[in-house]
Design a protein around this ligand. Sequence first.
Ligand code: PLP
Length: 442
Amino acid sequence: MNPDTRVFHRQLATRPPLAVKGQGVHLFDAEGRAYIDASGGAAVSCLGHGHPDVLAAMHAQIDQLAYAHTSFFTTEVAEQLADQLVSTAPAGMSHVYFVSGGSEAVESALKMARQYFVEIGQPQREHFIARRQSYHGNTLGALAVGGNEWRRAQFRPLLIDVTHVAPCYEYRDRHADETPEQYGQRLVAELAEAIERLGPDKVMAFVAETVGGATAGVLTPVPGYFKGVRELCDRHGILLILDEVMCGMGRTGTLHACEQEGVVPDLLTVAKGLGGGYQPIGAVLAQERIVDAMRQGSGLFQHGHTYLGHAVACAAALAVQRVIQRDGLLAQVRERGAYLASRLQAVLGEHPHVGDIRGRGLFWGIELVQDRATRQWFDPSLKLHARLKAAAMAEGLMIYPMGGTVDGRCGDHVLLAPPFISSPEELDAIVDRLVRALAQVM
Ligand code: PLP
C-alpha cells in the first residue's frame, strides 16, 4: 500500500489527487488544478458544487437540528421532502422510505418486496429476476440482483440466487431484421420464459434500471419494452422495481426516467441526484398498496438504518429539488442534453474507435470499440478505460469510465453525466478535452 495514506482507497497502489474545493462544474485539487466534473462524480452532482441555496439550507438545518433517530422522532424537513417527492412521483406512489444511498435503497426495496408478499399471504414467492449488465449496488442483496460479473464473481458464495435475463442493449443485441419494438418484445418474451421456468407464483419482483448506467455505458430502453414488462408483471402479480439511483431525479430530462416509458413501478429507488452529493441520501418510493399491506398487517417494516431520514441530508435534498423546480432545470437538461448529444455526434460520430453514442438528457454513454464494422471490443488487458481516465484527468476532465467484465460482455465505455447547470461553453470544453484524452490513448 502507498505509505503516505491511511485511507483505504479503492486503488491501493496509488493515491488520488487531493480535492480541496468545488465550485460550479469544477473541482480543484491542492495544486490548484481545475477539473470539469463531466461525470458529476458518478452521476451525482446534478447542481454542481458549492450551490449557495443548498449550502444555506444545510446550515439552517444544522443550526436547528442535525439528527434525531427515527425510532423516536420524525422531523419537519423529512416530512417536507417526502411531501415534495410524493407530489412529483408516478401515480399511486404514496410514501417515501429514506436511506443513505443507492445500495441501501435497493436493499430496502428488495426487503419491502419480500415482506409485502409475506404480509399478503404469499410467502412462497422467493425469487427475484433481474438483468445482466446491470448494476444495483455493492451490498449483498443489491450485488445479487446486479448483473455485472466482474463485480460479482469473487463474492458469489455470499449472494442469493437470482435469475438474470438480457438487458435492453440495442447496439449489440438487436437483430438486423428486427425493429426496435420487435426487439423489445423478444426481450419481454425471454422474461416471460424465465417467469414460467421459476413458476409465476414463486417470483417476487423484476428489478431493472430504467436506463442502465454504471455497467454498460448508458443503456436506453427500446419503445414498448417497459410497457411489455409492466403488463407481464401485472399478469402474474409480480412487482416491478425500477432502480433509478443513477438515471433518476432529472438526469434524463424528466424527474423520473420511467415517465418517458409510460410505466409506473411498484417500487422506485432514487439516490445520487436526490441530494446532488451535498449529503448522502437515497429513497424508495412505494405504491400505497405495499405500504398498506404492512400497515394493515404487522404494522412494521422490519428493516432500518441508523441514519435514515437524517435531517441535514433531507434539508440538502429538499433544497436541491426546490432549485431544480424553481430554475426550470428539467427543461434545461433536455435542451443542454440535446446540445451535448449533437456535439458528441459531430465530433466523435465518425471516430474509428467510437462504436455507439447513446443517452438521454444529460446522461450519455460512449461505447469504444477496436473495430467499428465488427463492433469488437478492445482487449480488456489493455485497460483502455483506466488509461483514458488518467488521460482525461491530465486534461482537467472527470469522466466515468467502465471496462471489461469477466464474462467478456462489457467492453470499454465512457459515461458522461455533467451537472444540470453546465453552460454550452462548459459542454464544449468537456467534448474538446474528451477528444484530446481519446487521442492520447488510441
Ligand atoms: N443502483 C444503481 C442503478 C447505481 O448506478 C448505483 C451506483 O452507481 C447503485 C444502485 C448503488 O448506489 P450507491 O453507490 O450509492 O450505494
